[in-house]
Design a protein around this ligand. Structure first.
Ligand code: SF4
Length: 328
């Protein structure tokens, strides 16, 4: 058993100050961190409870964007009128994740920080896991890798990001606002999560002691044509084998703008920018959808048990983009 101290932060400034101490971790909803601590995967020395900070509001920004506080609960965010009306893609992604009980507790900031569900990462009986124990090796590469990455992996780690919310945020070009000892900064979602490279122990570009304040969504462009498709082993309370966030701007049946982000396939939400570019200026038809799906998976690499994900992702893209094009 590892001793851990508990402190409650009275305000954001105090939380950031407390987080400068070695071994400190913020705790909000705790739906992931407490599991990791119980399993001995994470061993913080200090827990800084931020759950009572005033960071749960969901408010309008100028030009129609929306600011979501880091402590907004997943359920509240999914069902908020501003999100439902302007970003239905995000509502769909939230409601496809976890269970109602977990969504009632989990926060947007915690969802951004959710760690991979790689079996070997969670099971400390396995010595080999570069993410948990840098330099120890990757048990999944030669082990059971059905749920693992097919894009952007490295020889050091083939884990995937498990969040549905992150995939929708990637398609929507959200911006993460953070506060550290040196002040506030804004991180585009594309730069927030990392690929494993040779530092698989890192999941994000957050600096030590930085607190997530919230997420800004740009003015809504895709409220009429968006679809989140999640493919999983059972109908609820399961992580995505593959998911697709598809968002289109349509004009008389022609695609004006396209966003496609994939979940369950990489260490971070995977934006399929080449596939998006193929769609622009064209009407959606079967041949174009097939081309788009092929382009999105260019460069995919399968391991022993997850080759099925390449075809699955291509079919999911075709379906999600087609449905997005139809909605109005
Ligand atoms: Fe660890 Fe990553 Fe390999 Fe899983 S895939 S065992 S998290 S190094």
């Amino acid at each position: 058993m590892n001793p851990v101290s508990y402190e409650r932060a009275a305000d954001v400034e105090q939380a950031v100050r407390m987080a400068q101490q070695p071994g400190a971790r913020f705790i909000g909803g705790g739906t992931n961190l407490l599991d990791l601590m119980k399993g001995g995967v994470e061993t913080p020395q200090r827990l800084i409870d931020i759950s009572r900070l005033p960071l749960a509001a969901i408010t309008e920004l100028p030009q129609g964007g929306v600011r979501i506080g880091a402590l907004a609960r997943n359920s509240d965010t999914a069902n908020h009128a501003l999100i439902r009306q302007r970003y239905p893609l995000l509502t769909q992604a939230f409601l496809s994740g976890a269970s109602p009980q977990l969504r009632n507790m989990a926060t947007v900031g915690g969802n951004l920080m959710q760690r991979t569900r790689c079996y070997y990462f969670y099971d400390t009986a396995f010595d080999m896991c570069n993410k948990r124990k840098p330099g120890s090796g990757c048990a999944a590469k030669e082990g059971h890798n059905r749920i693992h990455a097919i894009l952007g992996a490295s020889e050091h780690c083939i884990a995937t990001n498990p969040s549905d919310m992150n995939v929708a945020l990637a398609a929507l070009d959200a911006v993460v606002r953070v506060r550290g000892a040196d002040g506030e900064r804004a991180i585009p979602i594309a730069d927030f999560h990392t690929l494993p490279g040779d530092t698989p122990q890192r999941d994000t570009t957050l600096r030590p002691g930085e607190l997530i304040l919230g997420v800004d969504l740009p003015p809504p462009l895709f409220a009429d044509h968006a679809h989140y498709l999640k493919v999983r082993d059972r109908a609820s309370y399961a992580f995505a084998l593959v998911s697709v966030a598809a968002a289109l701007q349509m004009d008389n049946g022609v695609v004006r703008q396209a966003r496609i982000a994939l979940g369950g396939v990489a260490h971070k939400p995977w934006r399929a920018t080449a596939a998006e570019a193929l769609l622009v200026g064209k009407p959606l038809d079967d041949a174009l959808l097939r081309q788009c799906a092929t382009a999105a998976l260019a460069g995919a690499r399968a391991y022993e048990h997850n080759g099925f994900k390449i075809t699955l992702a291509q079919r999911a893209i075709t379906r999600a983009v087609r449905i997005a094009g139809q909605t109005a």
